[in-house]
Write a protein that binds this ligand. Structure first.
Ligand code: FNR
Length: 184
């Protein structure tokens, strides 16, 4: 399964980027995860949406070529980051490449609740008509106190989180298989 992992933080040492890198490495062979950063994405502007500029077009193409999307989101002021919302706004227009594209969410933050509020908002946004991305039900990945769970090299070292992620990814692969045959 080819998965586009969209990272909601553009920070060089982002915990969310580290989380995606962990998943890319750990599930290689089962999931072909491509990390999609948003550093080059232009500000959405309806005046130019008919011909998306190069930065967002690259993201559109990667989503289009993938079987699923993995959202890896930080929490900014109790919601998702502006860069992530901006990218979703682009993706919700034109070809609407998220519609029908199965996805799952994971998120890391330094707060104890680990992106709970951001993920609640993201779930709502994924229901919007131009987005309409079916979301893995019954599984939520919150990596709180991220500064205690990654080492200085950005590696996820917290064994309970690693084991939990293994279970969620198993569920995601199983659900994706059923979903692609038309079941939820
Ligand atoms: C934060 N942070 C934060 N954390 C949290 O748990 N809840 C929140 O509402 C916020 N709000 C917030 C706003 C802004 C503008 C910033 C810059 C940061 C802290 C955040 O979790 C921390 O910076 C993470 O390290 C961000 O994720 P990345 O960049 O490491 O992936």
């Amino acid at each position: 399964m080819k998965v586009a992992a969209i990272i909601g933080s553009v920070r060089k040492d982002s915990y969310n980027l580290s989380l995606a890198r962990h998943m890319q490495k750990r599930y290689a062979g089962r999931l072909d995860i491509e990390i999609v950063t948003l550093n080059e994405v232009e500000m959405y502007n309806q005046d130019i949406e008919a011909v998306p500029p190069a930065g967002i077009q690259a993201v559109i193409d990667k989503v289009k070529q993938s079987d699923a999307v993995l959202w890896v989101t930080p929490e900014y002021n109790g919601s998702i980051s502006g860069v992530l919302h901006n990218a979703i706004d682009w993706l919700s227009r034109g070809e609407k490449v998220l519609v029908g594209k199965p996805s799952m969410i994971a998120g890391a933050s330094m707060g104890l609740l680990g992106t709970v509020k951001a993920q609640m908002h993201l779930r709502d946004i994924l229901f919007a008509p131009g987005v309409n991305s079916p979301l893995l039900p019954g599984n939520e990945v919150y990596v709180g106190a991220a500064h205690e769970k990654f080492n200085a090299q950005g590696e996820l070292t917290h064994e309970p989180t690693i084991a939990f992620l293994d279970q969620v990814v198993n569920n995601f692969i199983e659900w994706h298989g059923r979903h692609s045959k038309g079941f939820n």
